[in-house]
Design a protein. Structure first.
Length: 239
């Protein structure tokens, strides 16, 4: 099957970034599918958010693209066997000697993209859309533009077929990501992302804050909250 450059596979976790990427892909590509991963993450509640969030975004407006199948892969055994992190175990979130938060799962995005590319190959999808960025992030090396460029080249060589990795959030901080959601679907889409998506590393959805559900303390909540308050600051939102 020949890869279609008008057809995209979105790496869709159920979080703010991937939700915005799904809306972006539906606005930009003719055919869109989604892929998610269970990798033993302690915030596996994000997987429960995926289908309602997918459906809500698809209903939000008449998109250019048609939303197709969702795919959920269980790769927990492989990743947890490689060692313990605060993303996959209930341990305190700290900073490692390398200067990275111990929520960093080495090679996670590289594995995600490899699996996604294999699925895209089978389904004739020529574009992978992911929410990686190197602005508001925790310093993960597998989120960098240079990493994405290298992966795109490696995957195209390994599959012997052109494939594009589209990262619409690469240069956007979290405030700009909220603004992108508004540009794509108005305040209605922003509200869908705020309430229906999940970012908190601890998996907490008991309290709805201004910026969404979460513990309010972990790095993911801190980034999301900071971006929200910069987004809603006077002069940053249209009246």
């Amino acid at each position: 099957m020949i890869s279609d450059t008008a057809a995209a596979l979105v790496l869709f976790s159920g979080g703010q970034d991937s939700a915005t990427c799904l809306a972006y892909a539906l606005d930009r590509y003719d055919r869109v599918e989604t892929i998610g991963f269970f990798y033993g993450q302690r915030h596996a509640v994000e997987l429960d958010c995926r289908e309602p969030l997918r459906a809500a975004i698809a209903r939000e407006r008449p998109w250019r693209g048609e939303l197709g199948a969702d795919h959920l892969l269980d790769i927990a055994g492989a990743l947890t066997a490689l060692g313990e992190t605060a993303m996959t175990s209930a341990i305190q979130i700290t900073t490692t000697e390398a200067g990275l938060p111990n929520t960093f799962v080495p090679g996670r995005n590289l594995l995600f993209l490899t699996y996604a590319a294999a699925l895209a190959y089978r389904r004739g999808l020529g574009v992978l859309v992911g929410g990686m960025c190197e602005t508001d992030y925790s310093g993960y090396p597998d989120c960098r533009r240079s990493t994405m460029a290298a992966m795109q080249a490696a995957l195209a060589l390994g599959l012997d077929r052109p494939i594009t990795i589209d990262t619409p959030l690469m240069d956007r901080d979290k405030a700009a990501t909220w603004r992108l959601a508004e540009a794509l679907g108005g305040r209605e889409l922003v509200e869908i992302v705020r309430v229906a998506s999940h970012s908190c590393y601890k998996g907490e959805r008991d309290v709805l804050h201004d910026w969404g559900y979460g513990c309010g303390d972990c790095p993911a909540c801190a980034l999301r909250a900071s971006g929200w308050f910069r987004y809603v600051a006077p002069g940053n939102m249209d009246e």
